[in-house]
Structure formats: structure tokens, C-alpha cells
Ligand binder design. Structure first.
Ligand SMILES: [Zn+2]
Length: 110
């Protein structure tokens, strides 16, 4: 076999095994953390408000030359702002995120 190809195959096999071992380790960490978080009584921080601004854009519409009654021209999509809240447990580090509450409501419900 080509020497270069052989050494690459060996390196790939070694790294694949390393990734497998690391993945198993991470799964074990995650399981331990889940166990701690599921038995925690949770001491939440105050809800923190975040806003994501989604810029407006124009859809390209159908290519010129497209025929038919269902022809779709370019459409302007208005920019929008998405509001959400997060909070974190001071004891176990669990985080929660919620979407915007109903209009007029000031306190988010998780
Ligand atoms: Zn907790």
C-alpha cells in the first residue's frame, strides 16, 4: 500500500478511537450533571431579558422569464425583534429560556 495512505488510515483510526473515548467521557459527565440538576430544588437568578433583532430582507422571487398564474415576485419581509428571557440556578447551573410572554405581561413564565 502507498505509505502515505497507510499512515493516514492509521491516523484516522487512532483519532476516531480518541473521539469515541472523549464522547463516552462527555456522556458520563452529562449524566452526572443531569442527576445533580434533577434532584436540585433550584434557586433561580432573576429573569434576564434578551432581544434578538432579525433584520428585514427581500425574498428573491421567481427568476425572470418564469411564466404562469402563480408567478411570485420579490417580497419585502419586515425586520422583527424577538424577546426572550433566561434564568440560571445558582446551585446547579441549570439554565432555562422562555419565549416572550403575552403582550402586556411583564413577568415571564418558565
Ligand atoms: Zn438547581
Amino acid at each position: 500500500m502507498n505509505e502515505r495512505a497507510e499512515s493516514l488510515i492509521e491516523a484516522i483510526e487512532r483519532k476516531t478511537n480518541d473521539v469515541k473515548i472523549e464522547t463516552e467521557r462527555l456522556q458520563s459527565y452529562q449524566a452526572s450533571l443531569n442527576c445533580i440538576q434533577s434532584s436540585c430544588k433550584h434557586n433561580w437568578t432573576d429573569a434576564e431579558k434578551h432581544t434578538d433583532t432579525i433584520p428585514g430582507y427581500t425574498t428573491p422571487g421567481d427568476k425572470p422569464g418564469t411564466m404562469g398564474v402563480d408567478f411570485q415576485g420579490p417580497v419585502d419581509i419586515a425586520p422583527s425583534v424577538k424577546v426572550y428571557y433566561t434564568r440560571e440556578c445558582k446551585e446547579c447551573g441549570k439554565t432555562q429560556r422562555t419565549e416572550q410572554t403575552r403582550p402586556g405581561k411583564q413577568v415571564p413564565s418558565f
